[in-house]
Ligand binder design. Structure first.
Ligand code: GLY
Length: 356
């Protein structure tokens, strides 16, 4: 079992546990952090049949009063309607300020539950229990929560740090190759940003056989960044490598292209653009593109620079007339580049040139 602690500059501090068996021991782990209280476990129609009963039992055995709320699996659940129903469910179960929500699932469940916990009674505590690799290496850590609006992805949300994160690595073994690849995209992103050892696992190692190592590398890097900049005023923007294009790709595909796959394409776009702008060596670029492909992820973008740029202008990462884009300089180092939104189309266009 690996225990990492994330302490932010604005005073939050919480444990991130990664290991085998946590679905059954989470009750005792949570009881060590808070007195027994009411809990609402939020899960989805894919995850609940697999793990909900075990988590319920573990919590009940530790003295918690357990309620559950299951939503449909998929990005559609990050909606105002599902969010509203979840808040009503918290109220129906009489959750008070000292009670707890638990997000049992992937990034959608973490984002939805975290946002509801951040708003209900002006904020109650919540625990993240990621059951996807994507959520374990990125979304469950750092306190970003959100739902989507008609106008774009993650446009309504709050920063709300969890009480704890528990990732039972056994739950990752039921993931499909597509879901594993989604997680690989965020882990490769982290490697490019600042962890060449993590990149090497995906470039030439066996990530599936080393999931605990992958997660602890990704959590260590993300914790370092979030500690310094919990609310994304500066250095946390780095974590958006590939994401400006990715969010546009997800929208243009009507969310048929999943987040991780879109991040892979977005990372390929900024990688090619960085070479064109003389920031990145073509050898490093080839290594990045090959590593993305080696992990069953796409590097080809099916949309035009113009269509993606239109959507990027609505992205919440755009501030007034500027947007910060992240460009790789080498494997393990990236730079933030603030540019007028009007330049994004040409950056995307550079990143689409020469794609396979
Ligand atoms: N997923 C990027 C972040 O948490 O900042």
């Amino acid at each position: 079992m690996k225990k990492q602690i994330l302490t932010t500059s604005d005073g939050a501090s919480y444990p991130i546990l990664t290991g085998s068996g946590l679905l059954d021991t989470c009750g005792a782990e949570i009881a060590a952090l808070t007195k027994p209280c009411r809990v609402m476990i939020v899960s989805d129609t894919n995850v609940a049949p697999l793990y909900l009963d075990r988590v319920k039992k573990s919590l009940a055995d530790a003295g918690f009063i357990v309620n559950t709320h299951v939503v449909s699996a998929g990005e559609e659940s990050k909606s105002i309607a599902v969010f509203g129903a979840l808040l009503e469910s918290f109220a129906e179960a009489h959750l008070t300020r000292t009670d707890l929500a638990i997000a049992l699932g992937g990034g959608v469940i973490g984002d939805l539950t975290g946002f509801a916990a951040g708003c209900y009674l002006r904020g109650i505590r919540f625990v993240q229990m990621p059951t996807t690799l994507l959520s374990a290496v990125d979304a469950s850590v750092g306190g970003k929560t959100a739902i989507n609006l008609q106008h774009g992805k993650n446009l309504a949300g709050v920063f709300h740090q969890p009480l704890a994160v528990f990732c039972d690595v056994d739950s990752l073994h039921t993931l499909t190759p597509h879901e594993m690849a989604d997680g690989a995209a965020e882990a490769i992103k982290t490697g490019i940003l600042g962890d060449p050892e993590l990149f090497a696992i995906y470039e030439s190692g066996n990530p599936i056989a080393n999931l605990e190592e992958v997660i602890s590398h990704a959590v260590a890097y993300k914790s370092k960044i979030v500690t310094e900049d919990p609310q994304e005023h500066g250095v946390r923007k780095l974590l958006n490598l590939g994401h400006t294009a990715a969010h546009a790709i997800e929208r243009l595909s009507d969310f048929k292209i999943s987040h991780g796959h879109a991040v892979a394409i977005g990372t390929a776009i900024v990688t090619r653009a960085a070479v064109k702008h003389g920031m990145l060596d073509s050898n490093e670029s080839a290594r990045i593109l090959d590593t993305i492909k080696r992990n069953n992820l796409p590097v080809h973008c099916p949309y035009s620079a113009k269509d993606m740029a239109k959507i990027a202008a609505l992205d919440k990462k755009a501030a007034a007339s500027d947007i910060t884009v992240i460009l790789p300089e080498k494997i393990g180092r990236c730079r933030m580049e603030k540019m007028p939104i009007s330049n994004v189309e040409s950056l995307f266009s550079d990143g689409l040139e020469g794609q396979e």
